[in-house]
Design a protein around this ligand. Sequence first.
Ligand code: URA
Length: 271
Amino acid sequence: MARAFDPGYCDPRFADLCETAPDGATYPPTDFRVEWGPVFHRGRLDGTARVLVIGQDPAVHETVCRRILCGEAGRRVQGLLAKLGITRSYVMINASLYSWLKRDEMPFMARPAITAYRNRWIDAIRAISDIRAVLLLGDAAKTAWDEYAKAAHPPAGLTVRTVIHPTEPHKDAQGDPATEAKLVTRMLEDWNQAVAAVRPRLDGVRDTEASEPAYGVKFRDGELLAIPSADLPAGLPDWMGAEDGWALRTGPGGLRWQITVTVPAAHRITA
Ligand code: URA
């Protein structure tokens, strides 16, 4: 059976953005994992996106897949988009092209050179796509949009919503499972409110009208969705989109120089 894949940066606008991506001169190597290269986007670059999602920075799965939001955060976001009736018509970028090293890189997100390049991405996306809603995942994304809005004056009718970042509960809980469970419940309440506010603004452009139940107090089966193969470069195995937890930062250099990828148990071939 034919298997869809993301053809990449074919449109000259996006090819140019890849060719001119800022490097360590703009993203200091003391704060960003520039040695793994920039990770640009996920989703439609062909003008069919109707929802723009802005995330924070690429993590370890993204570094391997070369598309953003394809680890646990991405699977949660894919489920959130499904509740909006959007299964295909989205495009995602991050506030930061490179992975944050120390987790306190927020001040960089409003720096002029970082902002100017990111704004070129948003302009290029908006130039070819009738974006109806913008979902901002957490504070870095909000900063990215605020900086864009200052420079570009997007139309007042555009629906823009900031939601709690999908992995904020994990980070804020600092290893305490009870706290994390409470923070997940709070996040899902926030996401339910966002769905109620944003979904009606997508009338006429939703990919599906299937009604999705509201989130409960924790994620249920089916609320973490696989990353579609159409979002990933050609040749990536299905398990890279279907599961997370298969890539870890390990080894020498601490959390910097080495990533270990392990095929998940269900996909191992032992013959
Ligand atoms: N991965 C991303 O690409 N962005 C996020 O915000 C989180 C994880």
